[in-house]
Design a protein around this ligand. Structure first.
Ligand SMILES: [Zn+2]
Length: 297
């Protein structure tokens, strides 16, 4: 159907109270698998690229091939740069054809986060590219040991996990000053694989939802219980980022297959078939849960 920006895809989600799944895809196989599920379910979808997968010449190849896939897809597809901190790289990504970018200034002091986010927005909007920013800080679950996934003595230096959460007092000022299109909020989820089940701060989310004039984004959707995701959508979350669960599905299946073989001279298409199906099962389940199924008429 079309290659769209984040503002377009989340506008409908916000109006009709569902969330769009945003999936990190490191290569063409992953991207095709996600698009196939989105087409099957008639769901809009956000494909995300990570800086680590895009450096050097890879940026151009990733964007060119995914733009082509998106244009041929029967559903709206947004190409979004996930978690970028380098403004030059963000501008290059916009020039290469991304339709949405995230500037992650979540560890910066707020005024600096505002200043750089604003610079990114001014550049991006000239090309009709949307911008997601982050206020508060979503930590990393795989190394974490607190309820927000942050270690007390990590480099961010927070003593109290609540210090990570998005501050309602800062929200309006941040949105009004930057003119962003979507805002990632910290409400208790974390990136990676959880060491403890996350405790989400729904009261905080409810307060943020009443203040926010833009769609809100949840990072750390993988491993967050289904009921918590549903409740978050009711309270204004419109984009949910998923990566770790896709990887777990893919590599668990690949490991099983490789362990069952005596010789490793296996055709890649044979080796990847079941793992890609396992990954597609995760994507299918998330899109259904998020309520984005059958939204494309
Ligand atoms: Zn994230």
């Amino acid at each position: 159907m079309s290659l769209v920006n984040l503002e377009t895809i989340l506008g409908d989600a916000r109006k009709n109270k569902y969330a769009v799944g945003a999936f990190d895809v490191s290569n063409n196989d992953m991207a095709m698998a996600v698009i196939e599920v989105a087409e099957e379910l008639k769901s809009p979808v956000i494909l995300m690229g990570l800086t680590i997968d895009l450096q050097g010449d890879k940026l151009k190849y990733w964007t060119d091939s995914l733009r082509d896939m998106a244009k041929k897809a029967s559903i709206p597809v947004c190409l979004h740069l996930d978690h970028a901190t380098d403004v030059d790289f963000i501008k290059k990504s916009i020039d290469s054809g991304f339709t949405s970018v995230m500037f992650d200034g979540s560890v910066l002091p707020i005024e600096e986060n505002i200043k750089i986010t604003k610079e990114v927005v001014e550049y991006a909007h000239k090309f009709n590219v949307s911008v997601e920013a982050e206020l508060g800080h979503v930590g990393d679950g795989i190394v974490g040991n607190s309820e927000t996934g942050a270690k007390k003595d990590d480099k961010d230096g927070y003593d109290n996990p609540d210090d990570f959460l998005t501050d309602p007092k800062e929200m309006k000022h941040f949105i009004d000053s930057t003119n962003i299109d979507a805002l990632a909020v910290a409400i208790g989820t974390a990136h990676g694989v959880y060491v403890h089940e996350p405790k989400l701060h729904f009261d905080r989310l409810d307060t943020l939802n009443k203040i926010s004039t833009v769609p809100m984004v949840m990072h750390g959707g993988s491993g967050t219980p289904d009921e918590a995701l549903k409740k978050s959508i009711e309270l204004g979350i419109c984009k949910i980022n998923i990566f770790s669960e896709m990887l777990t599905g893919f590599f668990t299946s690949l490991k099983e297959l490789l362990n069952s073989k005596e010789h490793m001279a296996i055709w890649p298409s044979t080796a990847y078939a079941k793992p890609l199906e396992a990954m597609k099962d995760v994507v299918r389940a998330k899109m259904t849960l998020l309520g984005s199924k059958n939204r494309v008429k």
